[in-house]
Design a protein around this ligand. Sequence first.
Ligand code: C5P
Length: 240
Amino acid sequence: MIKKELVFDGNEKQVYSTDDPNKVIFRYKDVTLAYDSIKRARFDGKGVLNNSISAILLGYLNSCGIKTHFIEKTGEREQLCRKIEIIPLEVTWRKRIAGTLATLLGVEDGTPTPNIIVDLQYNSDELGDPIINKHHAVALGLASYEEIDEMFAVARRAGDLLSELLHKAGIELVDMKLEFGRASDNGEIIISDEISPDTCRMWDEQTGRRLDKDRFRLDLSDVVASYKTVLERIEQLKLS
Ligand code: C5P
């Protein structure tokens, strides 16, 4: 696979075209953003860790028959992915109410729920990624009802699979944000973007210690060390 030009230069990631029109290379950077990109920092090595974590988790979903954009890891910061047309929605799977949802609903951060919550957000920094419902998404022309129903079903299955997997590594999957796209070769809906401590809340099951981006959001220490713990624990599961 030949890496060609930079087609997207984001804060946390870069995307390169390749000699295959239906494949791109994702490159993970060390920059971290939070609170609609207002808070920013650079953590040496974060991109390398997230590339590895994401490769393992997306690869695991692929092996379970869930379609994701991930094809293979091609370097310490890079992975080969299927090219997609972005759908500007975030589908969040939640086993506890935390973060923005806890603020919105006025409950304590990390409140457990008897049910799994799956919610939909409009991916727009300008609007602050508002929670919307599927009728809003269809009205805005972002996706069809069928596509949204499929994204919800995939999010539920992916959440079940990954929380079971992470449990084996002593990690509780508290919540997980997924993004989806339409594959450029056949239009099917596939999980795109990363799955990592930047996009999930992951807590140590024994101690409740946060091992994810909340360490940065909440000005806790050991951001990179915590991501490293996640990687080391899931590597021990010997999935790939
Ligand atoms: O803050 P909130 O509760 O909505 O976050 C839910 C999950 O989605 C968290 O794991 C958070 O890290 C992730 N998230 C994300 N990108 C955003 C907003 C939230 O990955 N823009």
